[in-house]
Design a protein around this ligand. Structure first.
Ligand code: M6R
Length: 369
């Protein structure tokens, strides 16, 4: 049932192009507009939404962080994202104009379920983004947008994450479409480019051998840091989470701009630091800043592992290891930049002799608070 792979995780990483394609299927019309018929919240209600609040845990929370960038940029509706376990305990401000999005692969995560129950008690509408048909979270929500990743068996979430991103982009774009905000060339272009995502993920998967080799060479590292900016920041957090749960290593993700406010003190000779570089097109100011960060940490001895778009030559002089990803619109980059980090963590954990599908102390779905 592992389809010839040693681990479910490897199989699920390899299935990502199909999972992404399946999640897009039938949702983009031939006219380039989105149809989310299954969304049982009326367009009229979506037009009255004045705030979006996303709740989720772990990897799904990282998808939510990325969604915030997309929702605010494309719709201009304020969006908050919070780990579900914190949400209801701080008496959050919610009413019938709040759209709460609960993201969960399993649909059974108790923290997320309790957060959505709290939101509905306050009159908010809840939209679930979920991978498991008929599970508790979609059943208790006002509406659901299913991800079509297929069953995810490995404890570490991979293909579910990529499809959560796709679902978040679809919701953000749909909100933009319904509300007429910023609807225009940029959004139409993004919808077209989303259609290219499966092919691009495939392209990344085909070039992963050097990443596996690098991961094996780092099996004895004490710690790995991950840096990113903009949507690359949640990707950095996700890369660190994967390494923690699979390789049982100290790993931390930072917003690269925070380096100088503390974490740069951690940099010492030989410390592996993975840097997720934003596109040099688009928000090029961010790109230039992160190139300076790579220079700074390298000057202090870090071993730099740089994930950068094809054609980005500015990073070359400062990258001890360079991992190329295809060029994408800025907001869509996580669909391709996350993949090398999944492969990296899986291979490093295997090199350490760990059981990657069943990491110690963890369960696939966490049904206690
Ligand atoms: O089923 P869910 O998406 O609600 O699960 C949320 C987290 O428990 C989950 O993403 C966890 O962080 C994964 N093990 C990460 O790989």
């Amino acid at each position: 049932e592992k389809g010839g792979y040693d681990y479910f995780m490897l199989k699920e990483i390899a299935e990502q192009p199909k999972a992404v394609a399946d999640t897009l299927l039938g949702r983009i019309g031939t006219d380039g507009r989105l149809t989310l018929d299954e969304l049982r919240i009326s367009d009229a209600d979506l037009r009255t939404v004045d705030k979006v609040v996303i709740v989720a845990c772990g990897t799904a929370f990282h998808a939510g962080m990325i969604a915030k960038y997309a929702i605010e940029h494309w719709t201009r509706v304020p969006c908050e994202v919070e780990v579900a376990s914190e949400f209801r305990y701080r008496d959050p401000i919610l009413d019938d104009r709040t759209l709460v999005i609960a993201i969960s692969q399993s649909g059974e995560t108790m923290d997320t379920l309790m957060a959505l129950r709290h939101a509905r008690e306050q009159g908010a509408k809840v939209l679930a983004i979920c991978n498991t048909n008929g599970s508790t979270i979609p059943r208790e929500s006002d509406a659901v947008l299913y991800t079509h990743a297929g069953p995810e068996v490995a404890v570490a979430s991979t293909k579910a994450f990529l499809t959560q991103l796709v679902a978040c982009y679809l919701v953000a774009l749909y909100l933009g479409q319904v509300r007429g905000t910023k609807w225009g060339d940029e959004i139409s272009a993004v919808i077209r480019e989303l259609g290219d995502a499966p092919k691009q993920v495939e392209q990344v998967l085909e070039t992963m051998e050097p990443v596996r080799e690098l991961a094996r060479s780092l099996a004895d590292a004490k710690s790995v840091l991950f840096l990113g900016r903009h949507v690359g920041f949640p990707v950095a957090l996700e890369g660190a989470l994967k390494l923690k749960e699979l390789a049982y290593m100290h790993a931390e993700g930072f917003a690269a701009g925070e380096l100088k406010h503390g974490p740069i003190a951690l940099i010492e000779d030989g410390l592996p630091v993975v840097v997720v570089v934003p596109s040099p097109r688009g928000r090029s100011i961010l790109h230039d800043k992160i190139v300076s960060n790579i220079q700074e940490i390298r000057a202090r001895g870090a071993r730099t592992i740089v994930i950068a778009e094809e054609g980005d030559e500015a990073v070359v002089p400062y990258a001890d290891h360079l991992i190329r990803i295809p060029a994408t619109p800025t907001l869509l980059q996580p669909l391709v930049s996350t993949v090398p980090l999944q492969v990296f963590a899986c291979e490093l954990a295997t090199a350490k002799g760990h059981e990657v599908d069943q990491p110690r102390n963890l369960a696939k779905s966490v049904t206690v608070e």
